[in-house]
Design a binder for this molecule. Structure first.
Ligand code: NI
Length: 390
């Protein structure tokens, strides 16, 4: 087993950083204070620092001067618009904002790793790019960082990222080669009929009836068009139309989410959904506006880089804490990095009690801070090992 020991001084700093960030959550593309903390710490450690990437993104670069690959390690920085209900001493001090997905831990872990790696820079090969990105929560900060050239100069050969998880026990590393997180796209629909008296439906074109037909029929895309062995989801999460009991409205608005686990299934969903919508509208004489918003691609892990993650976790923590994770229909914008370079995204378990087993994005989400040390160890070990691999 490899030993990456993290001093109690570094560990205390990681916990303190995490609690400070937790108390001061910032939403997507507003991570000004967080980015300031990251910038100051990286600069003080001696990293080459770039700021203002995709608005609030920060990158720290460390060139070993020795041959080896350029490896990017990523942390996302944003919080969620949720009012925290925990009564922790470091609970959110900002009304309506909370680190309810644990991105505070990602920043603290990567800053901890940054410190250890600077101390151990004599052991490094290749080049290290520490990437702190804004706006993972639905706003595609990862895409913006990639578009801003974060993979280009220096040219990144492999990328790794971790997500803390309340679904796995503290300190367990869950990896998976191939698709790990689903794609996530949105649909926005307006069904336009012709309003009228509820007692005379024959003189109207009823958009509520049409919407009902569509909502029922759209599940045929998953059950009849997508292969039974391929996971896919269409969920209509919002429906708005009408004002009172006896009036047929002019229109109905629908919002939905579409998930898939392969690029092929994802590509096909847009047209298949529209086909069902078009048929429902043809049946009643309604018209429609349809928008398919391409948001996050499938997060596809490279087999070789994932084997490295599994190996590093096994070396550090033993077989029992390096496990293959279950696929999840959630989405992750690290997918934009993995579309361009090989790499691997993995989970770090942080659950040890009912309090630390709450779902992510819950107002009482909490983590077991004992997991932070394992996170730092993983990032340090990957930074030392990945540049040496080809
Ligand atoms: Ni998250």
């Amino acid at each position: 087993m490899t030993v990456i020991s993290i001093s109690s001084e570094v560990l205390d700093e990681v916990v303190a950083t995490r609690r400070d960030l937790h108390a001061h959550p910032e939403l997507a593309f507003e991570e000004v204070r967080t980015a300031g903390v990251v910038e100051r710490r990286l600069a003080a450690l001696g990293y080459e620092v770039r700021t203002g990437i995709a608005k609030t993104g920060v990158v720290g670069i460390l060139r070993s001067g020795r041959p080896g690959r350029t490896v990017l390690l990523r942390a996302d920085m944003d919080a969620l618009p949720i009012e925290e209900t925990n009564s922790l001493p470091f609970r959110s001090t900002v009304a309506g904002k909370m680190h309810a997905c644990g991105h505070d831990t990602h920043v603290a872990i990567l800053l901890g790793a940054a410190r250890v790696l600077m101390e151990r820079r004599a052991e490094l090969a290749g080049t290290l790019v520490l990437c702190f990105q804004p706006a993972e929560e639905g706003k595609g900060g990862g895409r913006e960082m990639v578009n801003a050239g974060v993979l280009g100069e220096p040219r990144v050969d492999a990328a790794f990222g971790l997500h803390i998880s309340s679904n796995y026990p503290t300190g367990v590393i869950a990896w998976r080669p191939g698709p790990f997180f689903a794609s996530s796209d949105s649909i926005e629909i307006t069904i336009r009929g012709r309003g009228g008296h509820g007692a005379s439906p024959h003189e109207s074109i009823d958009p509520i009836f049409t919407a009902a037909q569509f909502i029922t029929s759209v599940q045929q895309v998953v059950s009849r068009n997508v292969s039974p062995v391929e996971p896919a989801v269409v969920t209509i999460g919002s429906i708005h139309g009408g004002t009172t009991h006896n009036v047929i409205p002019d229109s109905v608005h629908l919002l939905g989410t579409v998930r898939a686990f392969s690029a092929e299934v994802r590509e096909a969903m847009s047209e298949r959904i529209e086909r069902v919508l078009s048929a429902a509208c043809r049946g009643t004489g309604a018209e429609y506006d349809y928008e398919y918003l391409w948001r996050y691609p499938v997060t596809v892990n490279d087999a070789k880089e994932t084997a490295l993650v599994a190996e590093v976790a096994r070396d550090l923590f033993g077989e029992g804490r390096s496990i293959q994770g279950e696929r999840t229909m959630g989405a992750e914008d690290f997918s934009f990095f993995l579309e361009r370079v090989p790499g691997s995204y993995f989970l770090l378990g942080a659950s040890s009690s009912p309090e630390t087993s709450k779902p992510h994005h819950n107002a009482s989400f909490a983590i077991d801070e004992c997991a932070l040390e394992s996170g730092v160890q993983m990032m340090v070990a990957l930074a030392l090992e990945a540049p040496r691999r080809s």
